[in-house]
Design a protein around this ligand. Structure first.
Ligand code: ADP
Ligand code: NA
Length: 350
């Protein structure tokens, strides 16, 4: 079977927010004790929307600093930026030839990000899921901790792996590079693992503070909609105070959060920040007004985030250190990626 290996990434597109932290980065930190992990600043994905080159470099360092500030250990694990390891792009091309147009056409993130003017969206944005599959499979990673919004892309990654394994099954067998794995009740042999998403806990989908039906996002034009990792204590408190809510008190049990997206979101944020669950938060705050709950949430958010913010600033100031981490991580990732690609080239006949 495949050796357990964790891979995940965040785009350097500015405005790292509480959703990125609770949905992804905080969980990456927790996985470090039990798994080998590869954490990537996915700058090639950011290129799909053509950021200003200077901004892209600043943002790449800032996201790296956030990983380190949150507690990721770049010596025990691997931290790097995607564009340093050319094998991601090489395998993405192979996967563009494996993935079907129909599969990519179904991706809701493309529809959301391209908006109404699809003709003018970059082709890169359309094939983004092939590159994401390559990011994961170039290391033959088995586990991918992400937010709920990435679930569909992970399914496509599994489809790509499975189609590659099937299309090239004879070559994989004759070269002797297949690995046994369980698929349902069967044991099959393949070159790529069917990577599993790790989506769980109270923070799989943090919503906008201004609109409980939209996810908290870097690209939301309203800064009040999200808590940024660089926000200071006063800003965090202000954003939580102004967060949209309904006029009712908090319910006395979790079932009462149904159809109350704003209340559910704030309770979920409290649960994730305190490392508990919605039940525990409702046990403590059920029946209380938002005027009581919001200040408690603000205090908690500041207590959890401000040490990370301070550390992020300290690390960001040391550009040479951040660059050295990325260079070292890139070299180590490159060795692993090349090992996979040597086999892939053999398999496909290059
Ligand atoms: P964004 O979606 O804000 O552009 P990325 O695409 O770089 O950010 O996502 C980085 C990680 O953060 C992914 O694992 C994604 O699932 C997670 N994530 C992003 N937004 C949220 C959110 N609102 N709630 C939970 N997780 C999120
Ligand atoms: Na996302």
């Amino acid at each position: 079977t495949f050796k357990p290996l964790v891979f995940s990434g965040v785009q350097p597109t500015g405005n790292l927010h509480l959703g990125n932290y609770l949905g992804a980065i905080k969980r990456w930190v927790d996985l470090q004790d039990s798994h080998d992990c590869i954490y990537c600043v996915v700058d090639m994905h950011a290129l799909t929307v053509m950021p200003d080159p200077a901004d892209l470099m600043v943002s790449t360092r800032e996201v790296t600093a956030a990983f380190l500030a949150a507690g990721i250990d770049p010596k025990k694990h691997i931290v790097f930026n995607q564009s340093r390891v050319r094998q991601h792009a090489e395998l993405a091309w192979v996967f563009n030839c494996i993935a079907r147009m129909g599969w990519l056409n179904r991706m809701t993130q493309f529809k959301d990000k391209a908006g109404k003017d699809r003709e003018n969206a970059s082709a890169g944005l359309f094939v983004y899921p092939s590159l994401m599959a390559a990011d994961i499979l170039v290391y033959r990673a088995t586990h991918v901790p992400v937010g709920e919004d990435q679930k569909q892309h992970l399914e496509l990654t599994r489809d790509v792996a499975q189609k590659f394994n099937n299309d090239y099954s004879d070559r994989i067998a004759s070269l002797g590079v297949g690995v046994e794995m369980a698929v349902g009740d069967e044991t099959v042999s393949g070159f790529f693992p069917l990577a599993e998403p790790l989506i769980g806990g109270p923070a799989t989908r943090i919503m906008s503070l201004r609109d409980g039906t939209k996810k908290m996002s870097k690209s939301d034009p309203s800064d009040l909609s999200r808590i940024n990792l660089v926000d200071d204590a006063d800003t965090i408190a202000k954003k939580i105070r102004k967060a949209k809510t309904d006029p009712e008190a908090l319910p006395s049990d979790v079932a009462g959060l149904a159809n109350r997206p704003e209340a559910d979101n704030l309770v979920g944020i409290f649960a994730a920040l305190s490392g508990t669950d919605r039940e525990t938060v409702i046990r403590d705050f059920g029946g209380r007004q938002f005027s009581d709950f919001k200040p408690a949430l603000a205090d908690l958010a500041v207590a959890r985030l401000s040490p990370i913010t301070d550390e992020m600033r300290r690390i960001s100031a040391d550009e040479a250190y951040v660059d050295a981490v990325l260079k070292d991580g890139g070299e180590r990732a490159g060795v692993l990626a090349e090992e996979t690609m040597r086999h892939v080239r053999d398999i496909i006949g290059f």
